[in-house]
Design a protein around this ligand. Structure first.
Ligand SMILES: Cc1ncc(COP(=O)(O)O)c(C=O)c1O
Length: 401
């Protein structure tokens, strides 16, 4: 690509308008149908989406709710998590994982991440059980669309007699090395329909999966003020319902989900190959070990399905922000997921975690950058991102010497 062409290529982190242009003709009639019906809360579209999601996620039940944060809260409430309990979760995740624990009056107990995959670290999980009493559940997160090590999580959970709730907000359709879909194995799986997810709504939305009939019934009540039958409340729930407009949109988008995830995988493979050809190695090797100062994501286990909700590279922490600015100057959108691990957040200062306690998460917070990976990226955009990343890393490492 000539410099003049590259300069004209604009690559946002995510381009939902490009996606909408491909499905507008399918979306408009179903939105109109809901508006004409004036049936906005509950109804056939919700039931249809829940059935389709249960099938897609290989679970017996799926229950819609207002967002992925409520999904975690409702899941934990249905498992009787309450004030005084502790719930184990990764420190390197979006805030909602721990925020939902806190909103129930329970205490999040944080654990470190695996430096290659960024998913919850089994050794750190075992250590947390040795140091903390009263842990009542584990909430692993399938971060960036890659399956966490659930075999290890279940070994630990079974040893301690606690349930596993899968935070699969970023991972609809993700599979582990045996082809087991996330959300089908934990006692409850939770998903988000936030617009930036692989399956995103036109607003907030979430859903929970479970194979347990009694839990499914309880979650259905809890998302609707604990009400059953109408105006009778044996326990207090909340108003956390998914609306029919979202369900109608999501049903259309579901038809495209596998193709979009495959597109993300193709884009990831292109980045991997281009970075490898430039001398980069994968995130299994720490940046501190030298070589070309760029790490692309370590490949998922053989047989696993990574849906690449995010494609995260690593560069040395001292030049990360400068590289990000260089990419912004070339009209390439990036993001830092996540700049502050949860144990370092001000709102959890009362938990007295000290800096340095979770070195892998703290290092990842300084070294990672998420690149555009959405399915509608065109070859010129992919080429511009990959070439620019390589050039910016080379320039910045040369001037840092
Ligand atoms: C890992 C994780 N958990 C939970 C959530 C919460 O989902 P929502 O934004 O729909 O409340 C998100 C959403 O960004 C997430 O990424």
């Amino acid at each position: 690509m000539t410099t003049a062409t590259a300069a004209s290529v604009n690559v946002p982190l995510l381009d939902l308008k490009a996606q909408y242009a491909t499905i507008r003709a399918e979306i408009e009639p179903v939105v109109k149908e809901v508006i004409e019906s004036q049936y906005f809360i509950g109804g056939p579209k919700i039931a249809e989406l829940e059935a389709a999601t249960a099938t897609y996620c290989h679970a017996k039940h799926a229950i819609g709710c207002a967002n992925g944060s409520d999904a975690i809260l409702l899941a934990l409430q249905a498992l009787d998590i309450k004030q005084g309990d502790a719930v184990l979760c990764p420190t390197f995740t979006f805030f909602a994982t721990a925020g939902s624990v806190h909103r129930l009056g329970a205490t999040p107990v944080f654990v470190d991440c695996d430096p290659a995959t960024y998913n919850i670290c089994p050794e750190s999980t075992r250590a947390a059980f040795r140091c903390h009493k009263n842990i009542k559940a584990i909430v692993p997160v399938h971060l960036f669309g890659q399956a966490a090590d659930l075999d290890a999580m279940f070994d630990i959970a079974n040893e301690h007699g606690v349930p596993v709730v899968e935070d699969a907000a970023q991972a609809i359709g993700t599979e582990d090395h045996r082809g087991v879909r996330v959300g089908s194995r934990g006692v409850i799986g939770t998903f988000s329909y936030f617009p930036s997810k692989n399956l995103g709504g036109f607003g907030d939305g979430g859903i929970m999966t479970t194979n347990d009939d009694a839990l499914a019934d309880r979650i259905k009540r809890l998302r609707n003020h604990g009400m059953e039958p109408k105006y009778y409340h044996d326990e207090v729930g909340m108003n956390s319902r998914l609306d029919a407009l979202q369900a109608a949109v999501l049903l259309v988008k579901m038809r495209h989900l596998d193709a979009w995830s495959a597109g993300r995988q193709r884009n990831a493979a292109f980045y991997d190959a281009t970075f490898r050809a430039a001398g980069a190695v994968d995130s299994g090797t720490p940046i501190s070990e030298g070589g070309f100062a760029l790490r692309y994501p370590k490949a998922a286990a053989k047989g696993a399905r990574h849906i690449y909700n995010q494609y995260t590279i690593r560069v040395p922490g001292e030049i990360r922000d400068a590289i990000r600015q260089d990419l912004a100057d070339r009209k390439i959108g990036t993001e830092i997921y996540y700049p502050v691990p949860l144990h370092m957040q001000k709102c959890f200062a009362h938990l007295h975690y000290t800096k340095g306690i979770f070195p892998h998460a703290e290092r990842a917070a300084l070294e990672t950058i998420a690149l555009p990976i959405f399915a509608d990226l065109v070859p010129a955009q992919l080429e511009h991102v990959a070439t620019s990343v390589i050039e910016c890393v080379r320039n910045r490492t040369a001037s840092a010497r």
